[in-house]
Design a protein around this ligand. Structure first.
Ligand code: FBP
Length: 285
C-alpha cells in the first residue's frame, strides 16, 4: 500500500513512472555547496513545498529535514526517510555510510518508505549489505517500502568504473537481490569496467551503444523490469543536455528520475518549469 501511495501520488500518479525529490545533499556534500546557489533552499520547508508544487511522487530526506516538516506535510506528500548518510569532511577511498535514522523514526514521521545507500565497490560494502538486510526486514514487517540508492564507488573501481554499464547493471542487481522495491542508480556510460564482463558484452552483442539502450539493459539487470529502477539527476546541468538524459531514460523503459540538485539549485520558478517538462516526458505528453 505504501508503494502504491508513492506510485499514485502527484502528476505522474497512475502512470507507473516516478519523479522523486531527494534532498540529502546538505549532509552528503555540505550546506554551502548544496544550498548556496539558491539560498531559500537552506530552509527545510522549502523542499516540501517544492516537491508538492512540482507534483513529485515523493520527497526523500534524512531525519532532520523530515522532522522539520513531517508534522505538516506527511499527509500531503509521500515521504522517504533516508536511514544512512555520508559526509565529505573526512572523505576516504572506501566510503561507508553512518546509520542516521531508524524504521521507528520512519513510522513516527508518517513516511511511506525507508531509503538506504549502499556502495558496491567499497571495502565496506558487506557491512552495508548486512545493515540493509536487517533494516529491510524490519521495514517490510511494518509495511514500509524500501528504496536503495545503489552507488558504485570505492577503491575497487576506477573513476570511470563508477558509471560503467557493467558496474551499474551489477549495482542494480545487488539492490534488487537485497530486496529493494525501488532502486536508484546513476545513468551509465558505455565504459565496461570488469574484463570478464567485457568478454560477455562483446560476445553476446548486448546493445549498449546509446543511452536508451543502456537504460534498457540496467532495467533488465533489475529483474527484467520487475523492480522499479530510477536514475539520479546528478550535478547542476544545462537544461538541454539534462532533458536529453530524461528522454533517454523514457525511451529505454526506465521508471523515472530522482532529481535533487537540478531542482533545488535553480530558482523555484525555473525548477518548477524543468520538473514540469520532466513529468510531461515521463507521462508521454
Ligand atoms: P542529485 O539529483 O542532486 O544528484 O541527487 C541524487 C543523489 O542521490 C542524492 O540523494 C545524493 O545526495 C547525491 O545524489 C549523491 O551525489 P554524489 O554522487 O555526488 O555523491
Amino acid at each position: 500500500a505504501n508503494l502504491a501511495r508513492m506510485l499514485e501520488h502527484g502528476k505522474l500518479g497512475g502512470t507507473g513512472k516516478m519523479l522523486i525529490l531527494p534532498v540529502d545533499q546538505g549532509f552528503e556534500h555540505g550546506p554551502a555547496r548544496s544550498f548556496g546557489p539558491n539560498p531559500p533552499a537552506y530552509d527545510p520547508l522549502y523542499h516540501f513545498e517544492l516537491a508538492l508544487a512540482a507534483g513529485c511522487n515523493a520527497y526523500a530526506a534524512p531525519l532532520g529535514f523530515l522532522e522539520a516538516g513531517a508534522r505538516d506535510y506527511a499527509g500531503r506528500i509521500p515521504l522517504i526517510l533516508k536511514l544512512n548518510d555520508h559526509d565529505l569532511l573526512a572523505d576516504e577511498d572506501d566510503p561507508e555510510q553512518a546509520i542516521t535514522g531508524s524504521v521507528a523514526d520512519a513510522l513516527r514521521l508518517g513516511a511511506c518508505a525507508v531509503g538506504f545507500t549502499i556502495y558496491p565497490g567499497s571495502a565496506h560494502r558487506n557491512a552495508m549489505y548486512g545493515q540493509i538486510r536487517a533494516i529491510a526486514e524490519e521495514a517490510k514487517s511494518v509495511g514500509l517500502a524500501v528504496v536503495i540508492w545503489s552507488y558504485a564507488r570505492g577503491s575497487a573501481l576506477s573513476k570511470a568504473g563508477e558509471t560503467a554499464i557493467d558496474v551499474i547493471g551489477y549495482a542494480a542487481q545487488i539492490a534488487a537481490q537485497l530486496g529493494a522495491h525501488i532502486i536508484k542508480v546513476k545513468l551509465p556510460t558505455a565504459h565496461i569496467e570488469q574484463p570478464a564482463a567485457k568478454k560477455v558484452y562483446e560476445a553476446t552483442g548486448i546493445p549498449i551503444g546509446t543511452a536508451a539502450e543502456r537504460v534498457r539493459h540496467v532495467v533488465q539487470c533489475a529483474f527484467n523490469g520487475r523492480r522499479i529502477v530510477i536514475f539520479s539527476g546528478g550535478a547542476h546541468a544545462e537544461e538541454g543536455p539534462f532533458l536529453d538524459e530524461i528522454r533517454a531514460i523514457q525511451a529505454g523503459g526506465g521508471f523515472g528520475s530522482i532529481v535533487g540538485r537540478n531542482a533545488f539549485q535553480r530558482s523555484k520558478a525555473d525548477a518548477l518549469s524543468l520538473l514540469g517538462t520532466i513529468t510531461d516526458i515521463y507521462a508521454g505528453v
